[in-house]
Design a protein around this ligand. Structure first.
Ligand code: F6P
Length: 545
């Protein structure tokens, strides 16, 4: 039976119609307690979700829907290591990677925690050996730079968390990230490196990703091309992978291959050895604090009642907009420069997890699933795409994210930043009426001119947003924030009945990309190629002549 025929779903559909013509502005005027009523906090993160188009009745039904969808049971199954990634028959245990408790977690009858702890110890030892100079380059010089090569989850988590924690950098190593197979990037990064003091770190769960392999081959060729001896590869190249044999076969020193398990999804892997670049940048203690923040959010997610449960609240608000308000997208607006990459991080997390259309038995859903995720740092977006959020003919729920304090606080700047952040949420919610706009126009205008201009200036308001604040974005808080979004996505995936942990949709493009590459080199078109693709290949080949 489809979730759409459940009682809470039906009730929500009715409530959506019943409240269709109401405005949040009036709710705030009539409900002095509204902000307190719809604010919750945990793990140092405060969420004011009062500027959403929900009443207490709608909120209650959203939580009832989560209950009907059995989110609680699904959550227990995930944390217990059940193979909930059923299309790949795998457990989903990124939570085990940041588990600092004693209770064993079993996969196929084996407690995974000892291996998790061993890998953490390996990350710590390697980080320290680079920081204290015991692991040197082949000429005895200390390593100063790390070129971290990986893509997707083997790139976004490490890069964006490293960037977000800039104030916590140990300043021992500079970490440079390369993802795209576009040669411009790797060449630019390598051109500025000294091979004697550079370590290349290849991150690939599968060890089969074309972009990552090619970039690493290019790095190897550069390294050897500078005159470095072949045996120096063993100290200047390291790898992180769940496919250790492939890494060794590729020429990696087995002692510098850091393992990960197949029950860690790529986009959930920053807590594993894939997070090594973060540890190298900020030091192991801060890396552990990041894990502990995520662990705190895991505990909150597992134990807090639904109405106080931050991932549950964010997840079900998203369901409200996607399924009952026709929202196509969701925007993330970090008001903190160092968190500028966070929308891209959540974009992969959410869209690769819930961009699906089939439920467990293979049948197609008859309701909307994952939204389009986009965003950028505030205030930059205010001078760009916020126009459409304010006045466009579509609803784009927004998450405003802001630390109350920043390192090296400059009160002038930070107060302006905060005022823009909070002011945007107010403008989106309240809007500006026709009469308010008209009253501000110069008397010199005719009535007709005033009517026309005022119509253009009307801000409809009633646009939803969450405001997510915390004291400072320290490693602990960042860990909690990332885990918050992971679990939000999980809650939604359960309600929609999709498998949030596979990504079959990315496969066809990889296969066809390889066929195109063959055709570019050989000129032989594959039988399946359409005339457009053939023409593009010929155009490319002609340009090489
Ligand atoms: O193509 C998608 C994807 O499989 C992501 O899910 C993953 O994070 C990325 O590619 C990189 O994969 P790998 O770590 O195996 O190189």
């Amino acid at each position: 039976m489809s979730i759409t025929s459940s009682a809470p779903w039906q009730a929500l559909a009715t409530l959506a119609t019943a409240h269709k013509n109401e405005h949040m502005r009036d709710w705030f005027n009539n409900e002095p307690n509204r902000a307190a009523q719809f604010t919750q906090s945990a793990c140092g993160i405060n969420i004011d979700f009062s500027k959403n188009t929900i009443t207490q009745g709608i909120f209650d039904q959203l939580l009832a829907l989560a209950d009907t969808a059995n989110v609680v049971q699904a959550r227990a199954n995930m944390f217990a290591g059940q193979p909930i990634n059923y299309t790949e028959n795998r457990a989903v245990l990124h939570t085990a990677l940041r588990n600092f408790g004693d209770a064993p977690i079993y996969v196929d009858g084996e407690n995974v925690l000892p291996a998790v702890q061993a890998t953490r110890a390996k990350i710590k030892a390697f980080t320290e050996s680079l920081h204290n100079g015991t692991h040197t380059g082949y000429t005895g010089k200390a390593i100063t730079d790390v070129v971290s090569i990986g893509i997707g989850g083997s790139f976004l988590g490490p890069k964006i968390m490293t960037e977000a924690l800039l104030p916590y950098h140990a300043n021992k190593l500079k970490v440079h990230f390369v993802a795209n197979v576009d040669g411009c990037h790797i060449q630019d990064v390598l051109a500025q490196r000294d091979p004697e003091t550079t370590l290349v770190l290849m991150s690939s769960k599968s060890f089969g990703t074309q972009e990552t392999k090619q970039n690493t081959l290019t790095a190897k060729a550069w390294f050897l091309g500078t005159g470095a001896p072949a045996e120096a590869i063993a100290t200047h190249f390291a790898a992180i992978s769940s496919n250790v044999p492939a890494a060794v076969e590729f020429g990696m020193n087995p002692e510098l291959v850091f393992p990960m398990d197949d029950w860690v999804g790529g986009r959930y892997s920053l807590w594993s050895a894939i997070g090594m670049p973060i540890a190298l940048a900020i030091g192991y203690e801060h890396f552990e604090a990041l894990l502990k923040g995520a662990f705190a959010m895991d505990q909150h997610f597992q134990s807090a009642p639904a109405e106080q449960n931050l991932p549950m609240i964010l997840g079900m608000l998203g369901v409200w907009y996607r399924n009952f308000q026709d929202a196509q997208s969701h925007v993330l607006l970090p008001y903190y420069h160092y968190l500028r990459g966070f929308p891209a991080y959540v974009q992969q997390l959410d869209m690769e997890s819930n961009g699906k259309r089939n439920v467990a038995d293979g049948s197609a859903v008859d309701y909307a699933t994952g939204p389009i995720i986009f965003g950028s740092e505030g205030t930059n977006g205010q001078h760009s795409f916020h126009q459409l959020i304010h006045q466009g003919d579509t609803i784009i729920p927004a998450d405003f994210i802001m630390p109350l304090r920043v390192p090296n606080q400059d009160d002038t700047h930070h107060a302006m930043l905060a005022s823009n952040c909070f002011g945007q949420t107010q403008a989106l919610m309240q809007g500006k009426t026709f009469d308010e706009c008209r009253a501000e126009l110069p008397d010199a205008l005719s009535d007709a001119e005033k009517d026309t201009l005022a119509a253009h200036k009307v801000m409809p308001g009633n646009k939803p947003s969450n405001t997510i604040t915390f004291e400072q974005l320290d490693p602990f808080t960042l860990g909690a924030l990332v885990a918050l979004y992971e679990h939000k996505v999980f809650v939604q995936g359960v309600v929609w009945g999709v498998n949030s942990f596979d990504q079959w949709g990315v496969e066809l493009g990889k296969v066809l990309g390889n066929q195109v590459l063959d055709a570019i080199h050989s000129g032989d078109m594959h039988a399946s190629m359409d005339s457009s693709t053939q023409a593009l290949i010929n155009q490319f080949r002609d340009s090489l002549k």
